[in-house]
Design a protein. Structure first.
Length: 168
């Protein structure tokens, strides 16, 4: 199976604003939740609701950054198509057939243009990205447009062109 892989790439979650929010949530959870939990054995113990809320807040404060560290976008170009997988949300690769590929070009947002590789577009399934700034833009004959985050757009375009020539 590794023989027919023409190119592979992996991306970690690198959106700086989200990391800043995750770090703030972690610090806030420690700052606000731990004193409540340490006060359980004091003369004025917190209510059960406050204790449960503190545990939940503390868990979220630590699970969110760990989840951001685990999330990974894996891209593979094989002879029979493009394969994409977002770990841990997808258990197997999603195949995108290169039949009908009309154009494949590097994508970098121009001055003043909104980055279409952002998280908003990835969630709405208009892009396969973890919030990067560089990638490729693929246009198909049926009118579909796919944006894909890539660290090395030139190499992935070369592999896609090789694979699409093999499929024709």
């Amino acid at each position: 199976m590794d023989k027919d892989i023409l190119y592979r790439e992996a991306h970690l979650f690198s959106h700086s604003v989200t990391w800043l929010v995750a770090i703030c949530i972690t610090f806030c959870s420690v700052y606000f939740a731990l004193p409540q939990l340490f006060a359980i054995e004091s003369d004025m113990p917190p209510t059960q609701l406050v204790v449960v809320a503190s545990y939940v807040f503390l868990a979220i404060g630590f699970i969110f950054p760990v989840l951001l560290l685990i999330i990974k976008l894996r891209v593979q170009v094989r002879n029979d198509g493009l394969y994409i997988k977002v770990i841990p949300f997808q258990f197997s690769f999603k195949k995108i057939s290169l039949v009908g590929l009309q154009n494949c070009e590097p994508y970098v947002p121009k001055e003043g243009e909104k980055n279409k590789l952002g998280l908003k577009y990835a969630i709405s399934k208009k892009a396969c990205s973890l919030g990067g700034k560089r990638g490729i833009r693929m246009e198909f004959k049926d009118g579909r447009v796919l944006l894909l985050e890539s660290k090395r757009p030139e190499k992935i375009i070369q592999a896609i062109n090789t694979a699409s020539k093999t499929n024709q």
